[in-house]
Design a protein around this ligand. Sequence first.
Ligand SMILES: CC(C)(COP(=O)(O)OP(=O)(O)OC[C@H]1O[C@@H](n2cnc3c(N)ncnc32)[C@H](O)[C@@H]1OP(=O)(O)O)[C@@H](O)C(=O)NCCC(=O)NCCS
Length: 283
Amino acid sequence: MGESSVRVAVDADMPGVREVASHFEILDDWAGMPDFLDAERAFGSLVVGEVDGRIVGFGGVLRRGQVSHLGDLYVLPEHQSSGIGRTILSRLLPSDTPRVTFASDDSRALGLYIRQGMRPVCPLLYLTGSPSEASLPRGFQARGTVDGPRADSGEPPGIREAVMLDGRVSGGDRAGSLSWYAGLPGVTLHVTGGGYAFARMIDEDLEVGPVGGDTPQDCADAVFAAAGAHPGADEVQVAVPGVHPLLPRLLEAGWEIDDLDTFMTTEPGLVRLDRYLPHPDLG
Ligand SMILES: CC(C)(COP(=O)(O)OP(=O)(O)OC[C@H]1O[C@@H](n2cnc3c(N)ncnc32)[C@H](O)[C@@H]1OP(=O)(O)O)[C@@H](O)C(=O)NCCC(=O)NCCS
């Protein structure tokens, strides 16, 4: 291996970072718009690994209050298992504040995260279902959405309520990144009294998340308010922690598991997994 270094990303690194990201097909849902790599630089940090002047890996974190959400850790195949991922991780993650991530099934990733203090808590299942009433689990009623024109301040409607509700279930405040996300094209916000859901059309499908609320029922109300506001969507996608009460009910109603990761954290209990459905890329 040639000369390697690990450092915080600068603007000039971003084409190289996006090449690595494209190799792993993680930007496919973000074509033509600001993406979560931009968000990591603005609301967290992005660290690159370079060999002989070429970006060969990167890692990204988003912050919410004291919590660091590790969103990405990727090293190109020909440079894997040579210490770059471990070095990026140690540069990226603090050792004295809470850390969370959604780990892939790569044994190196799982091993590195456990050695970094995180523990596997439960699977995070990526489900897809139909937006129709027929896909509502029995006993769950979709309620109305607080939506409307932007306030004079230019804030998306409902953003303050959503930020407050989100802070109670996601482990920390992230007013900046949620406002950023709510302002992206195709993103809508649905506030249903005790719950909130962000949603984004990706081609013909609707991605719902983050979602949260004071109770599991509030989460369900918010998911179905978002789905109900997009009746033309082919499919609805939502990430559900294995311990969330909505999970068996969605599967009974015909939703399907597309993929899964492992939710890991240094502080079980901090993120309220029975009242929270994260966004796959934003946590
Ligand atoms: C996961 C990934 C980022 C790690 O980066 P990397 O540069 O390959 O990893 P490193 O060489 O720095 O470290 C790997 C560590 O895992 C250890 N390891 C290897 N196989 C292992 C196993 N089966 N169980 C536990 N630990 C293992 C290695 O010993 C090494 O630790 P050491 O350097 O202290 O000896 C990289 O392999 C990758 O991009 N994988 C594919 C994409 C992916 O799944 N990313 C994770 C997203 S959550």
